[in-house]
Design a protein around this ligand. Structure first.
Ligand code: GLN
Length: 199
């Protein structure tokens, strides 16, 4: 299967690794630049984006991650991972940086205290007719989608919660914890495509 890394600095990387292995990927955990070089795609998990950012810089991974994204590595970010991929982050903590790549503005912790965590079903035509059951856990919303990016899913009120841009994919919610595999499948198709082009 395709070689897929999961950024394992912090957060729910084990859940992603499990889903990807179930889908036949050759999964590895990425904590060092050499480990990033060995994969054809990368998942950035949910967790806490400000901590993930700090650890990425401490481990010397920020620059390699940015370079890999710029070079077209397929990357899928969930929740904190989406925040890491966003070009602009609102309500970031002081000094927090993102990797960027996705031409979007996201707002951290965008759902009010009553609604910080909730579940809903989303219609996502790109993934088929069956709605996606989406679990939000202190997730971000995509406040604006730039010209280079495409919204994939919106809440009933119109707020964007999934986006795509070339080889980059991001969701505000957590398919890795609900048995929903279609986002990972969709991502793996990008990884396979990329692996076949570059080998
Ligand atoms: N609130 C977290 C952040 O800002 C994201 C939460 C999550 O990944 N479940 O990074």
């Amino acid at each position: 299967g395709p070689r897929v890394g999961v950024l394992a600095l912090q957060g729910d990387f084990r859940e992603h690794a499990h889903v990807l292995a179930t889908l036949g990927a050759e999964v590895s955990l990425v904590r060092r630049p050499e480990e990033l070089d060995a994969v054809d795609g990368l998942v950035i998990p949910g967790g806490e984006s400000s901590v993930m950012d700090k650890l990425a810089r401490t481990f010397g991974l920020q620059a390699p991650l940015k370079a890999a994204i710029a070079a077209g590595l397929p990357v899928y970010g969930t929740c904190a991972g989406l925040i890491m991929l966003a070009d602009t982050v609102l309500d970031a903590i002081a000094g927090q940086e993102s990797l960027g790549g996705l031409d979007v503005v996201v707002r951290r912790n965008a759902f009010g205290s009553q609604n910080q965590s909730f579940e809903t079903d989303l219609d996502i035509p790109a993934l088929g007719e069956v709605p996606v059951h989406a679990v939000f856990i202190r997730g971000p919303v995509v406040e604006s989608v730039g010209a280079a990016a495409t919204p994939l899913a919106t809440l009933a009120d119109g707020r964007v919660v999934a986006v795509e841009q070339g080889n980059l994919l991001g969701t505000s919610f957590h398919p890795e914890i609900t048995g929903e595999h279609r986002f990972h499948e969709y991502f793996l198709a990008k990884v396979r495509e990329r692996a076949s082009v570059s080998s």
